[in-house]
Design a protein around this ligand. Structure first.
Ligand SMILES: Cc1ncc(COP(=O)(O)O)c(C=O)c1O
Length: 408
């Protein structure tokens, strides 16, 4: 059982029937899943939800999977909100929280989208999935496809971190390095739908990953007792999570669980790949491809986003902004939060903290605002500074020298 009524082109509004494999709309734009919100609202209450355990399947009424048996479970959790008490500027009275998505299976928020998309693929009888990825999405696809007994083929830019390539392979997918960026990998996947017959699971080229990602919005609303925060900073590549949360908030308002107040949505990119920021600043509806994309935050090295206009709409409608931060700032922020708060952010997560500081300086958010930063992946999969210290307890005066060196 589900509450899906139809699918809809995100640009033209053209309707499509549910219950069959679909890619993009006739206009070449993402399809969004629409639900019978009246029936859905009658079927579930906040109190009932509060009594449920588990992760994203707690929100099953808001998800497209009809058969309970098709729900995939690798131990998804409601990710914690961790308060950064000491990172507020002096005199600020607000709240700064990190939603730590690194606690999900395969160590990133990509688990949400792929958990639901692979479950839907299974439900629709699809047997072979393919995807371009900068790493984390491929790992999540590999894990959930193996769980579902489906075949997965993954294409990565050649410089994708080794750890991601290996985790994808080790969790059962066929993975290939490609001489190019994620959009070049995407072209290979697109061409292979005809030539090989696999199903294209690229970001926003199928309608269900965003349904999984939108559960970040439900969780936030529930964690803040149905009072949304004032601002959300989201590291934006393809933008599925940002678009997904925006959709989640609209669905919650449609059933009367929240009001019309929305957080300011901040799309955070790296200065080395900032197509959305450039379009935002130029007042454009769509973004131009970014040339020579280059950043240490590989998850947001996305030169072209199919959902560009949806990201830009959410950012503008919410009164937020699109902000670019430098790799140097990302490194500095990652180190600052790790050493002073004990929280190891991924580079993309650190970018949101850098953007928060920038927004605060520019007056884009207030001193009393309640702000959420998204740490989309565990920091453990990324390079860390070299550690060179050794300790030889047999060396003369080893402990005396240690004491002398560690005097405060
Ligand atoms: C750690 C991390 N952060 C952010 C992103 C960007 O996510 P989205 O495509 O939803 O914008 C990715 C995507 O690969 C990622 O791996």
């Amino acid at each position: 059982m589900n509450f899906v009524s139809h699918l809809e082109c995100s640009l033209t509004g053209e309707r499509y029937p549910a219950g069959q494999p679909l890619g993009v709309s006739a206009a070449g734009k993402p399809l969004l899943v629409r639900y019978d919100m009246r029936r859905l609202g009658d079927a579930v209450s906040k109190a009932e939800l509060a009594g449920r355990s588990g992760g994203l399947w707690r929100y099953w009424e808001f998800l497209p999977v009809a058969e309970t048996g098709n729900r995939l479970d690798l131990g998804e959790v409601v990710t914690p909100l961790i308060r950064l008490e000491r990172r507020l500027a002096a005199g600020d009275s607000g709240e700064l929280w990190v939603k730590d998505e690194g606690r999900l299976p395969t160590g990133s928020f990509k688990a949400r989208g792929l958990c639901v998309a692979v479950a839907m693929a299974k439900e629709l009888g699809i047997t072979h999935l393919a995807m371009p990825t900068n790493g984390n999405a491929g790992a999540a696809l590999a894990a959930y496809a193996s769980r579902a007994g489906l075949k997965a083929t993954v294409f990565c830019p050649a410089d994708t971190p080794e750890v991601n390539l290996r985790e994808i392979a080790f969790q059962g997918a066929d993975v290939y390095r490609v001489d190019g960026l994620i959009n070049d990998c995407g072209r290979i996947v697109g061409a292979g739908t005809e030539a090989v017959g696999w199903f294209d699971l690229s970001t926003l080229r199928e309608p269900y990953r965003i349904e999984g990602k939108k559960t970040m919005g439900f969780e936030l609303a529930e964690q803040f007792d149905w009072e949304l925060p004032d601002a959300i900073f989201y590291p934006t590549g393809g933008g599925t999570g940002l678009i997904g949360m925006w959709k989640a908030f609209a669905e919650l308002e449609a059933i009367g669980w929240i009001g019309s107040k929305r957080p300011k949505m901040f799309a955070v990119q790296s200065e080395g790949c900032a197509p959305i920021v450039r379009a935002y600043l130029e007042g454009k509806e769509f973004a131009e491809p970014w040339e020579n994309a280059c950043t240490i935050a590989s998850g947001i090295r996305v030169p072209v986003a199919l959902g560009d206009f949806l990201i830009l709409r959410a950012v503008r409608d919410s009164g937020g902004a699109a902000l670019a931060v430098s790799d140097a700032d990302i490194n500095e922020c990652q180190a600052e939060v790790a050493t002073s708060e004990g929280l190891l952010l991924c580079p993309e997560g650190a970018a949101t903290y850098a953007a928060y500081r920038q927004a605060r300086l520019k007056g884009l958010i207030g001193s009393g605002d309640r702000v959420v930063l998204f740490n989309c992946a565990t920091g453990l999969k990324y390079p860390m500074p070299e550690m060179t210290a050794t300790f030889d307890a047999e060396a003369p005066n080893a402990y005396a020298r240690f004491r002398a060196q560690n005097k405060k």
